[in-house]
Design a protein around this ligand. Structure first.
Ligand code: GLA
Length: 737
């Protein structure tokens, strides 16, 4: 059993394949954190929690003068503000009389086979055989709120999904001014380092690793989107942790809006990690009986380094977070017209591109920005989701019919959450844009944000998008979001509820996505936010593909995709081959390298294929064929970072291994050629040490040799050259007998 409740419900132990997580109902009924780390069976670990008198720590009245009992020094399972815990709070409750504070004590618990859904939110899922859920109710001593902590244990995957629900159990309204999802306290933390994933537009998911220090290390976003600047994904690890060694824990927030993640080392070297919706400008009113559900955090554990951690997360998300047929099925190889034409296209140009693409084995044309309203640049028409007949005289229906007629699938770009001040939508609906009353609108990329909390806005978008999907028989939508939310005010909400807007926005967005996917279950969604600006586990629930970055430079992509691989399945990373010199960096990179990098992602093209030479076209045809033949290995195999793409100066290498370990592909990209340099090798991972593998030239190596002694790299000519090594396991003679 993954969940054990012992000692008359005073000790809760959660076991996964490699980890143990334990809590106790401690003195005064506080729920205290005993341990989380490598698996320990048959042990009450309450001895690890030592109440100690730390001078001047607040004690509740019922401590009876026992100065060791303080919420400021004990490892609290869910921290609150107002009654003596001075570390970061998960829950701030303002009562009708203006006072702030709750003191939570154990009340009840339940063990549920399976996992209840989280109303209105993306969340992991599983059947009764795959997951068990422990719910623990904590009640405020003054009877104001009940907090239900939820721990869904996916034992096989080493994942525990945590969330909290806060119910108003009093007779008067209360206001939550913060409601985070996770608190993880430890009196003797094993973790000494924290890894965060920061970046910028065109430089997402860079990796930062820093030692914990006294005080707070915080990453966050108040942009109304998870953002390219910081990701809602952090790792705590041993100071010595590497790809293959050391304990590490990943925390991934299943949410796409503003967030806070913070690691705090206190006066007594105790660690508190918190994660949840950003409390800035957040408040939520609860009438008696009403409840607030926080989004969940996926907590994943590895006792043996980052490689296992990310492979566990990849596997878990493919099976228990992403939905629909596309999470495992090969998505169509696409050509997107953005870098090929930008806004300058018409039907004839698109059909020419599609015809060429079809001849090269590409399966879908994605028509990007500019097909609607009067949109010939990025200054107008967002919200006017009707076709521009000057560019597409036969409409979306005509283009769709022509594409489907030639055997191509059809994808279309939308930016549903936005509205241009210069649009037919804005003129009759100025109050649909988020704004502060009495102030002019701020714009970003000349656009404003729709108030997604409004049911009429959601309905408008549902009807508009549904009509276009039906009209063009769309196979795919690129769902873009190209500005952040500055003004948080909704014309529909009363003043005391304006703090709810940002979360209501997210609930509105999720409801719209849910509604569209229920209506069009086969539609493939690719989420995008100026590239990878909303690449998070929340969006992954709806969209199995997420555009990794507007930066399509293969060499910059090495770093971006390296960062992404810690958190997200390889298959989910939108990745395209584009022209050289690259439009973002001006860099010239061999065609083979651009394809090799894009293949460790969703794979597609973003270039004018009609202008390629005959040799280049032949190369594209070969690349597409190669990808189709090997997609399962690239996208669903285990993934191993063989070098650190952030710091590599000579070359970057990674590999994919089939689930049965009989096939592997190693990709090596040269970063910097060195005259008369050393002989280079790289040690492989994920193979079966006992199997013998053959490369394309017939050389045989044992898995053990490749993993322990390494693969010798040939000299790679020129800057940014690439080599792909394919290894196939030899069948032993007589194996069939
Ligand atoms: C964003 C996206 C791009 C492209 C443009 C269109 O920048 O990330 O891929 O769709 O918008 O305006």
């Amino acid at each position: 059993m993954a969940i054990l409740s012992e000692k008359q419900g005073h000790l809760f132990t959660l076991h996964t394949a490699h980890a143990t997580y334990q809590m106790q109902v401690g003195p005064l009924g506080w729920l205290l954190h005993n341990y989380d780390g490598a698996k320990i069976e048959g042990q009450d670990l309450s001895y690890l929690v030592r109440p100690q008198d730390r001078a001047y720590a607040p004690n509740p009245a019922d401590a009876g003068g026992d100065r060791t009992l303080s919420p400021d020094t004990l490892p609290m399972e869910y921290s609150t503000f107002g009654l003596g815990d001075f570390r970061e709070s998960c829950l701030d409750v303002r009562h009708a009389d203006g006072s702030v504070g709750v003191d939570l004590r154990y009340k009840a618990h339940r063990i549920i086979p399976g996992k209840p859904a989280l109303a209105g939110l993306p969340a992991s899922y599983g059947t009764a055989g795959e997951v068990d859920t422990l719910e623990i109710d904590l009640a405020d001593t003054a009877g104001t709120v009940l907090v239900t902590l939820s721990y869904a244990v996916f034992a096989e995957d080493d994942v525990i999904a945590r969330s909290a629900k806060i119910t108003n159990t009093s007779k008067t309204p209360v206001t939550l001014t913060r409601a985070l999802s996770l608190c993880l306290d430890s009196q003797q933390p094993a973790a000494r380092d924290v890894m965060t994933f920061y970046g910028r537009h065109m430089g997402e998911k860079q990796v930062a690793r820093t030692p914990l220090r006294h005080g707070k290390i915080r990453v966050d976003s108040v942009r109304g989107a998870s953002s390219p600047q910081q990701s809602p994904f952090v790792i705590l690890c041993d100071a010595a942790a590497t790809e293959t060694v050391g304990e590490c824990k990943a925390f991934s927030f299943v949410y796409s809006g503003s967030f806070l993640a913070q690691a705090e080392l206190d006066q007594a070297e105790q660690l508190r990690l918190v994660m949840g919706i950003h409390p800035q400008n957040f408040s939520w009113q609860l009438a008696p009986g009403e409840a607030f559900q926080t989004p969940e955090v996926l907590c994943c554990f590895s006792e043996c380094g980052f490689d296992a951690l990310s492979n566990r997360l990849h596997r878990f998300q493919l099976a228990h977070l992403m939905r629909g047929e596309w999470r495992k099925k090969r998505c169509p190889v696409l050509v997107n017209n953005w870098e090929a034409t930008y806004f300058d296209f018409d039907e004839a140009k698109l059909l020419k591109l599609a015809k060429e693409a079809k001849a090269l084995g590409i399966e879908m044309l994605v028509l990007d920005d500019g097909w609607f309203g009067r949109r010939n640049d990025d200054t107008t028409s967002l919200g006017d989701w009707f076709v521009n007949r000057e560019k597409l005289p036969e409409g979306i229906a005509g283009l769709g019919a022509a594409l489907h007629g030639m055997g191509m699938q059809f994808g279309l770009w939308f930016e549903p959450e936005m509205i241009s001040p210069d649009s037919d939508l804005m003129r009759p609906h100025p109050d649909w844009a988020l704004r502060l009353p009495g102030r002019p609108l701020t714009t970003s990329r000349a656009q404003c944000v729709l108030d997604m909390s409004r049911p009429d806005v959601q309905d408008y978008l549902y009807d508009a998008i549904r009509a276009v999907v039906e009209d063009g028989q769309l196979d795919y939508i690129k769902w873009d979001m190209n500005r952040h939310i500055a003004e948080s005010w909704s014309a529909l909400l009363p003043p005391e509820r304006q703090g709810e807007l940002r979360h209501r926005y997210m609930l509105g967005l999720y409801a719209l996505l849910e509604r569209l996917l229920a209506r069009f279950p086969h539609l493939l969604l690719e989420s995008c936010a100026s590239g990878g600006g909303r690449f998070d586990a929340g969006m992954l629930y709806y969209s199995p593909q997420i555009w990794g970055s507007d930066n399509t430079d293969a060499i910059d992509r090495l770093k971006i995709q390296y960062g992404n691989s810690f958190a997200f399945p390889i298959k989910s990373v939108g990745s395209h081959v584009s022209v050289c010199p690259n439009h973002q960096t001006g860099r010239v990179t061999p065609f083979a390298t651009r394809a090799a990098v894009a293949m460790s992602g969703s794979f597609g093209y973003e270039m004018d294929l009609t202008t390629l030479t005959a040799e280049e076209k032949a190369e594209v045809r070969r690349q597409v064929e190669y990808f189709k033949a090997h997609h399962a290995l690239f996208q669903l195999g285990s993934y191993h970072r063989l070098t650190n793409a952030q710091t590599d100066d000579r070359f970057t290498a990674w590999m994919s291994v089939a689930p049965d370990k009989r096939q592997a592909i190693v990709t090596v990209v040269q970063r910097y050629p060195l005259a008369n340099g050393p002989i280079q090798s790289v040690r492989l991972r994920g193979l079966d040490p006992a199997l013998t593998y053959c490369d394309a030239e017939g050389h045989a190596f044992t898995g053990s040799a490749l993993m322990n002694a390494g693969l010798l790299l040939p000299p790679i000519a020129g800057e940014y050259g690439t080599v792909l090594f394919e290894f196939n396991a030899l069948f032993e003679l007589g194996a069939e007998n």
